[in-house]
Design a protein around this ligand. Structure first.
Ligand code: GLY
Length: 460
């Protein structure tokens, strides 16, 4: 938690941006895993954390802008809560620690929020909160999803997108743990080791240093599956291990790195060639990222590097600009270059990716590949983003494109098909946009060249 003045200042800023009506922020409740008493690890809603800072279940916050009043809504612990889960300071004391004077029991929330108020709420992503809103506002559960406040959403996005100095310190801490997780994974990348063992150990590291992982660990020799959560493989010489993982620190901020490592540190020439194209795309993107440039153009430049690199290897042919226009690189990199990161690994994705990553000036493309870019906006100092180019050989996608005779003027399918057993390579760093350019969020960079990675694997 930060000092209470930070939460007070954030709420004052929010009040100015929204201007009128009543703001309702719902915290999260516990979510049952397989029966009510056995819950998933509790995670507070990130916007609630940002404005209220309290990280226990079943809380809500009401800011009545018209009457200049604010309330924390929640119930004091019962003796049963204390016996089973432990004691906490009173809710009144916890509210005071974040600058809120008035606490109201849950049963009275409906008195503060009535359907005749102009109520601003964020689009719920959990059904529990959808139900609460449905009852409070006397609307069908589906209607609740449609009537969220665009004004509040835009205000929250505007504020959370620019990271303050104290948030950057937290992101650096998450980065430090992410760094250790990846270094360990790289050292464990030896023939005969189970993917599950590596995934489990690095996830344990995240828990030992902070709250948990910031998203489900992606760790597999089958890196061509972009979000591969299957860890059932045993590492084999000649294969690559793609590891995309990050930590959530004690203050709920995220890190998100990817490295792809040749098992045992032994790279084939083909693996080196593809790795170096991806590395060029990563390094050039980091050089380009600065205030004033759009991330959409940085993504396009990464596609250019992927196209030209694969053309040099004989897999592609033709004119770069025409190929980019047609979306040819998406066959090998069907995802975007990166996303905003903060309290969420995909920051504020619950509020709508388009609100976060696009605006009146920069709109999302519709073409395959380009349309998966989560963040295309013009960069500003204080943005925190991932940079994560990749090249993947997805057999089913290659087969589909070939069958449809897609882009035959640009793609040498016979050459591409020689790589069907390759897997995929992704390399990912986290950057902070600064007034003069950008820097890595965590100062140390993970081994990233072939030589650095091979040395690290062999040093274990
Ligand atoms: N690192 C996982 C993702 O960005 O989706």
């Amino acid at each position: 938690m930060f000092a209470k003045e930070i939460y007070i200042q954030r709420r004052n800023e929010l009040k100015k941006l929204v201007h009128s009506g009543v703001i309702l922020l719902l915290g999260n409740g516990e979510a049952a895993m397989n029966y009510r008493g056995n819950t998933y690890s509790f995670r507070q809603d990130s916007s609630f954390l940002y404005y209220v800072g309290l990280d226990t279940p079943d809380l809500a916050y009401v800011l009545d802008i018209d009457n200049d009043k604010e309330y924390l809504i929640g119930d004091e612990l019962t003796i049963d809560d204390i016996i089973w889960m432990g004691n906490l300071p009173s809710l009144k004391e916890r509210a005071a620690a974040v600058g809120i004077e008035t606490v109201v029991p849950q049963a009275q929330l409906s008195k503060l929020i009535t359907p005749d108020h102009e109520v601003h709420y964020l689009k719920p992503y959990r059904y529990r909160n959808q139900l609460i809103l449905s009852e409070l506002l006397d609307k069908k559960t589906d209607a609740v999803l449609d009537r969220y406040s665009v004004k509040l959403t835009k205000a929250v996005v505007k504020m959370r997108l620019i990271k303050s100095p104290e948030e950057i310190v937290e992101l650096e801490k998450a980065g430090a743990t992410g760094y250790e997780m990846h270094l360990l994974a790289m050292k464990m990348c030896q023939p005969g080791t189970a993917e599950r063992e590596i995934a489990g150990i690095i996830e344990g590291l995240a828990i030992s240093k902070g709250n948990r992982v910031s998203f489900a660990t992606i760790l597999s020799m089958n890196g061509q599956t972009l979000h591969n959560h299957d860890h059932s493989g045993i590492l084999q010489t000649g294969r690559l291990m793609l590891c995309d993982a990050g930590a959530e620190n004690l203050n709920y901020y995220a890190s998100d790195f990817t490295r792809t490592t040749a098992v045992g540190g032994e790279y084939s020439q083909r693996q080196k060639d593809i790795h170096n194209i991806v590395l060029n795309a990563l390094n050039e993107s980091i050089v380009l990222a600065r205030p004033g440039i759009t991330y959409k153009s940085v993504h396009r430049n990464a596609y250019r590097i992927v196209f030209e690199g694969l053309r040099d290897l004989g897999l592609l042919k033709g004119d770069t600009e025409e190929a980019l226009q047609a979306g040819v690189p998406a066959l090998f990199m069907p995802h975007g270059l990166g996303h905003s990161m903060g309290l969420d690994v995909h920051d504020m994705e619950d509020l709508g990716e388009t609100f976060v990553g696009y605006d009146d000036e920069i709109q999302r493309d519709t073409l395959f590949g380009y349309r998966s870019l989560r963040f295309g906006k013009r960069l500003e100092a204080g943005h925190v983003l991932t940079v994560e180019p990749g090249i993947y050989f997805i057999p089913q996608l290659i087969e589909q494109w070939e069958k449809q005779k897609l882009h035959v003027d640009f793609i040498n399918y016979d050459e591409v098909k020689k790589y069907l057993d390759f897997g995929g390579i992704r390399l990912e760093d986290d950057i902070l946009i600064t007034p003069g350019g950008c820097r890595l969020v965590y100062e140390k960079r993970l081994p990233v060249t072939i030589e650095e990675i091979a040395r690290t694997v062999k040093s274990s």
